[in-house]
Write a protein that binds this ligand. Structure first.
Ligand SMILES: Nc1nc2c(ncn2[C@@H]2O[C@H](COP(=O)(O)OP(=O)(O)OP(=O)(O)O)[C@@H](O)[C@H]2O)c(=O)[nH]1
Ligand SMILES: [Mg+2]
Length: 562
């Protein structure tokens, strides 16, 4: 993460300032993760494994037609709380936890000041440790732009998928009449994803570049799976925005309902400020420089309006299908005749390293929970946002407030001794009731609990709205992996989007493209933080009817009992 992202709370100042153009509407193991757990799929086979699935979508699977269809209705939005019946997984005796068993605390718990916190020596990375820096890289973009194909291709080229495995994917994909999806199959592991030819959940894979241990978070592009995309992308340090260069393909993503727009706005609002724009499928336009320039010009304007700085955006024309410009300079003359810039892997290595909160108390938002019913073992997966973990350490599990002990840690499917801020790990816990460990919860230092709040103030940027937001508007609150039904309690003020100054107090409603301060009240409390305390836990997205309608930051938690 670039320097300015680390401790300047205002890296999200673009949320409130400037003309935000609106949206509408090396070495891989791959695990399908997702961050959330309502659907109940846990898989691990060969190099591709699905850690778990939350099935979070804005349209239930049963509504989805067979085969690839990008236009069906997505009106059946739901928050899924408590609906998960602890579905059986298809891996031995593993089952996904049922959220409904948790015991929430009702009031805001404020963490003690981290100023008094002193990390132990082992918690800080030693100077002698020569490990590659971990870079969490979200692969985002419009449906069908080639995100999974690109990810699969990279993993294959970097030796993470063997030739034998690749042959198997090719054969199976052909047999199902989906030959062109062979590389995507490495990431799209579930039968439904393969049959429909779309990614539904975030797949997690790994490879090493010269500089980084890259954690690939291959996101779904389909509009119905934006909540899943959000859960993966909240963990990202940087992103590859994949664009379909084909005629009509780029335009579909840039349409007012296109996910090129929605994903770009979302990742920027997660605090991701450096992106690589992979202009894919250049083979379909004969590697035309004119087409690339047109895409760069149009999308560049949009990205600027989202708050991306030109200097932190790199543009790479490529073809995942034809292996052009991925891990080596292009061999096709049509491209090499005019393109002299870096290839994709170089561009990844040129990303600025993320900065990490090693010296703050532990905070690990929980993305997945897996419970082994036979051994009574509970595992939580997520990315450490701050602090460190090792076996034997006592941790507080919020919001239940239960204490457990770390039994073991796993990173990239391998046991490890220590995990530090930035690491994606699976933490096996002992001495704790599995029903009190939940997706959307947070593992923290027993003396420095994360806040649990139901009522808070947010600074938001409103996107395109069909109906204005008013007091009482029902929304879906999303923050890290927490998701909860919410209602607008107050509209405190409208802000000047350029200066952030109050221009109107207590307006009756909020319309498209306004910046505002509002109060939200949630059906149930969630683990959150004020943005100034922890960026990852202080960001929020508000959605309704399958669309992101506002995003922003938590500015104040309100304790109604005070
Ligand atoms: N011509 C061409 N087709 C490509 C290229 N990359 C991917 N495709 C095709 O685009 C289609 C979609 O590819 P995927 O990799 O599944 O796209 P995706 O972005 O992961 O799709 P979702 O995850 O569902 O959003 C497949 O038929 C691929 O073969 C490319 O470089 N050139
Ligand atoms: Mg995909």
């Amino acid at each position: 993460m670039p320097k300015d992202k680390q401790d300047n709370m205002d890296d999200n100042s673009h949320l409130m300032k400037g003309a935000l153009q609106q949206i509408s509407g090396g070495s891989a193991s791959i695990s399908k993760g997702r961050p959330g757990v309502d659907e109940g799929i846990v898989k691990k086979k060969g190099i591709v494994g699905t850690q778990s699935s939350d099935g979070t979508s804005d349209s239930t699977s049963s509504l989805m037609p067979k085969g690839k269809d990008k236009s069906f209705d997505n009106s059946s939005s739901s928050t899924n709380r408590g609906e998960s019946p602890g579905l059986k997984s298809n891996l031995n005796d593993m089952s996904l936890s049922d959220k409904s068993g948790s015991s929430y605390m009702a009031s805001v718990k404020r963490p003690k000041s981290s100023a008094k916190y002193k990390p132990d020596k082992w918690m800080l990375p030693g100077k002698s440790e020569n490990a590659l820096t971990q870079l969490n890289l979200a692969i985002v973009g419009h449906v069908d732009s080639g995100k999974s194909t690109l990810s699969g291709r990279l993993l294959h080229l970097l030796g993470r998928i063997t030739q034998k495995e690749m042959h198997k994917y090719e054969k199976e994909a052909k047999l199902q009449g989906k030959g062109s999806f062979a590389y995507a199959w490495a990431l799209d592991e579930s039968p439904e994803e393969r049959e429909r030819g779309i990614t539904m959940t975030v797949a997690v894979a790994y490879f090493d570049s010269k500089r980084y241990h890259v954690v690939v978070l291959d996101s779904p592009g389909h509009k119905d799976f934006v909540p899943n995309m959000i859960s993966g992308a909240t963990q990202a340090d940087a992103a590859i925005l994949v664009i379909d260069a084909s005629v009509g393909g780029f335009e579909a993503g840039m349409d007012s309902k296109g996910q090129t727009r929605e994903h770009a706005v979302l990742i920027r609002s997660f605090g991701v400020d450096q992106i690589i724009v992979a202009v894919n499928k250049m083979d379909s336009v004969e590697y035309s420089k004119d087409r690339f320039d047109l895409i760069r010009k149009q999308l560049g304007t949009f990205l600027r309006s989202c708050g991306f700085k030109d200097s932190l955006v790199s543009w790479i024309p490529l073809s995942a299908m034809k292996n052009q410009n991925l891990v080596a300079a292009p061999s096709d003359n049509c491209l090499s005749s005019w393109y002299r810039g870096p290839y994709l892997l170089n561009a990844i290595d040129s990303l600025q390293p993320p900065t990490r909160d090693f010296s703050k108390p532990l905070l690990m938002p929980i993305c997945d929970v897996v419970i082994s019913s036979s051994q009574g073992q509970v595992s939580a997966r997520g990315k450490l946002e701050a602090g460190a973990l090792r076996s034997g350490l006592k941790v507080l599990v919020m919001p239940s407030g239960d204490e457990g002990t770390v039994r073991s840690l796993e990173r990239d499917s391998q046991a490890c001794d220590v995990a530090r801020a930035g690491d994606n790990v699976t933490v096996s816990l002992q001495g704790i009731d599995g029903s009190n460990v939940m997706t959307g919860g947070v593992l923290c230092h027993p003396d420095f609990p994360v806040a649990v709040a139901q009522h808070f103030e947010l600074k938001v940027c409103v996107l395109d709205l069909a109906i204005p937001l008013v007091i009482g508007s029902q929304l879906e609150f999303h923050g890290h992996r927490a998701k909860e039904a919410a209602r607008v309690l107050k509209i405190i003020s409208v802000l000047d989007p350029k200066t952030g100054k109050v221009i109107k107090k207590a307006p009756r409603c909020l319309t498209s493209k306004q910046s505002a301060v509002i109060e939200l009240f949630l059906d149930e409390p969630v683990c959150v933080e004020e943005y100034t305390n922890c960026r990852a836990l202080g960001r929020a997205f508000l959605r309704t009817l399958g669309k992101t309608v506002a995003f922003g930051i938590i500015t104040r938690m309100i304790d109604d009992q005070e």
